[in-house]
Each structure stands twice: as C-alpha cells, then as structure tokens.
Design a protein around this ligand. Structure first.
Ligand SMILES: *Cc1c(COP(=O)(O)O)cnc(C)c1O
Length: 352
C-alpha cells in the first residue's frame, strides 16, 4: 500500500479550541469548518470541536451534514444564500445566513420561518458586505423584515495578521455597530489572538483551531497551538548523484558534490505544493533535511546525504508535528491555509 497518510489529531483540535476559549473570554466561538474543516475532514473535526458554541460553513450541503450528525448548535453560512432555495433551507435547517448584498435581502420573504441573520458590512476589504455608508438604511430595512428574528452585525478584517492591523476598519464599524446595541461578530483567528477589543459576541476561529499560526512573525508553538494534521510518507527509492548530475523534471537541481537522494511517495497530486523549491524543509527519520529539484505528481526527492541511516521505508514527515506547515508554505510562496485545504481526496486521513 502506498505509504502516504495524513494523521489528524483529535486531541490537538480540542486543545486548540481551548486556547481559542482562553482568548475569547465571554465571547461565543464559531468553529470555522469550511473547506472540509481546512482539509481535516468536516465530520471528524466538527465532533472533535464539539465544545464550540457553533460552527461556520460555506454552503448548505456542509450545514445539512452537520445537522444530520445531530448537531443542534448555531450554524453560520459564511457567504449566505447563493440562491432563494438556500434561503429556504436556512429556515428548514435553522441556519444563520450572512446577508451581504441587496439581492439576498429580497429572498428573505421566501423563508418559511424568521431567521437569525448576520448582516455583513464592508469596512475596507471590498469583498462581501453592504457599504458602511448605508449602515442605518440597511439596518432599518433588516429590522423591518418579518422574516428576521435576530440581527448580528458582522465585518471581516483584511489585515488582522499584518502590521497594518485592524484599527482602520474597526473604528468606523464599531462606532455604528456599538450604537445599535446589536450583537457583533468581527474577529477571525488573527484578530482573536491580537486584538481583544474585537472579540465582542461571536468570534470566528478558523486556522488556529487546526494548529497553524495566522502570523508570519509568531509561531504556532509560541501561541500554544498544536498542529492537527501531520502528513506522513516513506522513502520508496534511493539515488546516488555524482557532481553535475541532476534530479527530477527540468533538471532544476544539480548536485555539486556526491549526493544521496531519497524518493518520497508524495507529490503535487497529493496536495504537496509544486512550487516548493529545492531546499524546502522536510523530516526524514525525524531529522531535518531538504527537498531536491521539482516536485512530481506522485513523488518528490529529498537529500539524505547527511542522514546515512535512512533508507527504503524510512519515515518522512512533510509537515505537521515537528515541522510547522507554515514553514513549508513559506518556502513554497504560499500560506498554511492553502496547503491544508489542498490536501487531495486520495490521501488517506487517519484519526489519532
Ligand atoms: C474563513 C473565515 C474566517 C476564519 O478565518 P481564520 O483566519 O482561518 O481564522 C472568519 N471569517 C470569515 C468570514 C471567513 O470566511
């Protein structure tokens, strides 16, 4: 059997939720489980995160799956209804839709029962949300809606993880939201960890629950977060390169000294980033080394020159416990979110 597997630590998920709880104080936590719980598996992750106060998902299918598991907690639809039928499903399954655009307000009449809605305002990210300049008008309209039983005011930060911070968005939003007396939801993981003032009523914690740091300058370990996914494989072949010999497609890596290469059963069709250059960190037998040359569809090469005891069958850790996924992401010019979410369906997930 091909030796690649992603081990999912249920205790790490539960631990990270406790960390979120410490930061959230009296705010309620929506565990963000979109994209198959960031690649960790929706069902198992929702169960492991059972102490959350609710969940946030992308679409009705994910929400219904949670309801079918018997989960009765609040479920937020992060982008709201995509059509009128989604809006009807919100009433049927007791889901809380985000409403971010006028066409969604128009669908409200179709709901069979009044809904608790998250009214989303655009405070500078310019992705989803009503213009903040229309705050009073939109709020008035939502309050007059017979099919709205509860309104929570929501916004989303574009730079909570960066030096630019949240103030430029937060100040304009909270003067209006605060004056309304309605509940507020603003914080993602980065804001929850760094900007206590944004915690308010509902926080939306995603990446931190999976044990990755949202910040470039603070590690997950420093935040007391534990990686929930560890991607494991093994060495399936060995190559001895002489100086001047190359490895992999495009011959992008050329040995300048005798080099012992190991071929690992993991490639870009598994979700390992093809853009990871020579030198991307990897652990073999628990020891840190580097990738060599281009990542293939089903394989990649690693440098075993300094790990002479490694051979066929030696364990390889691509990311996770002992090698933060953030480091691999940085080397590949991307972020941990993308690597976790892009884990291919063909990779076996094993619970631990
Ligand atoms: C995905 C998402 C989150 C979670 O963000 P993290 O950075 O993973 O914590 C929060 N809010 C919204 C609207 C999202 O789409």
């Amino acid at each position: 059997m091909r030796p690649l597997e992603a081990r999912i630590s249920l205790s790490a998920l539960a631990h990270n939720l406790e960390v979120a709880r410490r930061h959230a104080g009296s705010a309620k936590i929506l565990a963000v489980v979109k994209a198959g719980a960031y690649g960790h598996g929706l069902v198992r992750s929702a169960r492991a995160l059972a102490e959350a106060d609710g969940y946030a998902v992308l679409n009705v299918d994910e929400a219904v799956l949670l309801r079918q598991l018997g989960i009765e907690k609040p479920i937020l639809m992060l982008e709201g209804p995509f059509d009128a039928e989604d809006l009807r499903a919100c009433a049927e399954f007791n889901l809380m839709p985000v409403l971010h655009s006028p066409h969604q307000l128009a669908w409200l009449q179709q709901a069979a029962a009044p809904l608790s809605v998250f009214l989303k305002f655009n405070t500078g990210m310019n992705r989803l949300g009503f213009p903040l300049a229309e705050f009073e008008k939109i709020l008035e309209r939502a309050r007059a809606e017979a099919k709205v039983s509860q309104i929570t005011l929501m916004t989303h930060f574009a730079t909570a993880d960066e030096d630019f911070g949240i103030d430029w968005q937060w100040r304009n939003f909270i003067v209006r939201a605060g004056a309304s007396g309605l509940p507020v939801s603003a914080a993602n993981s980065a804001a929850l960890l760094r900007y206590p003032e944004t915690r308010r009523d509902w926080v939306r914690a995603g990446i931190m629950l999976y044990g990755a740091s949202p910040f470039a300058d603070v590690s997950a370990a420093e935040l007391d977060l534990r990686p929930a996914m560890t991607l494991h494989s093994r060495i399936i072949a060995l190559q001895q390169l002489k100086p001047g010999e190359a490895a992999g497609y495009g011959l992008t890596y050329m040995a300048d000294a005798p080099t012992r290469a190991g071929i690992v059963a993991c490639g870009y069709a598994d979700g390992y980033p093809r853009h990871a250059p020579t030198g991307t960190p990897v652990l073999v037998n628990g020891r840190r080394t580097r990738t060599l040359g281009r990542v293939s569809m089903d394989m990649l090469a690693v440098d075993l020159t300094a790990i002479p005891e490694a051979g066929i069958g030696s364990p390889v850790l691509l990311w996770g416990e002992g090698l933060p996924v953030e480091e691999v992401a940085r080397a590949a010019g991307t972020i941990s979110y993308e690597l976790l979410c892009a884990l291919a369906p063909r990779v076996a997930l094993k619970e631990e």
